[in-house]
Design a protein around this ligand. Structure first.
Ligand code: HEC
Length: 156
């Protein structure tokens, strides 16, 4: 009996530790930071690197130059270089910027990668006939954590 209780307890703790935060439940600090992991799990820097260069995913290098990613073509310079960004910004700041950069940079053109409401649905502005139903964020909670982990490897 005691053993079953212990196992049940461990299972509850594990599910609480891995609880994912939904896009609408994200709570920013007044500076646009997010302290907590969105997925409840650590990010994988190698996966984050792949997301940053994938056109259908982050495609961060369309706007940002990153020397460590120079083997991948088409670096844009609409945004600042991300060289050394891991020494300049905390994980909480980086997470907040990727989730919704407008919380840190008012009016920025950088897309919000983890937001599903409070913006014009694709199609609405043009035809007024956007698709109904829930939208998916551009990146999942775990993908955001992976990108944060990769950015932290970019040290001066
Ligand atoms: C459409 C262009 C665009 C894309 C795509 C984009 N960004 Fe940005 N990003 C910007 C701009 C522009 C800024 C500068 C903020 C401002 O003043 O508007 C910025 C700022 C940042 C900053 C803060 C840099 C600093 O020096 O403080 C980080 C970190 C960042 N972006 C990461 C990313 C990551 C990671 C991705 C991909 C998941 C990404 N960006 C995709 C345009 C973009």
């Amino acid at each position: 009996m005691k053993r079953i209780m212990t196992l049940a307890c461990i299972a509850t703790m594990a599910s609480a530790a891995f609880a994912e935060t939904a896009p609408d439940d994200v709570a920013f600090t007044q500076y646009g930071e997010l302290e907590q992991s969105l997925s409840g799990q650590p990010g994988d820097p190698e996966a984050g690197k792949a997301i940053m260069v994938a056109r259908g995913k982050g495609n961060c290098i369309a706007c940002h130059q990153v020397t460590a990613l120079e083997e991948f073509p088409f670096h844009g310079n609409v945004g600042p270089s991300l060289d050394g960004i891991g020494s300049r910004r905390s994980a909480a700041e980086l997470r907040g910027i990727i989730v919704n950069a407008k919380m840190t940079f008012e009016g920025t053109i950088m897309p919000a990668f983890y937001r599903v409401s409070d913006f014009t649905r694709p199609g609405d502005a043009f035809t007024g006939k956007a698709a109904d139903g829930p939208l998916s964020p551009l990146l999942t909670a775990q993908e955001i954590e992976d990108v944060v982990a990769y950015l932290q490897t970019l040290q001066d």
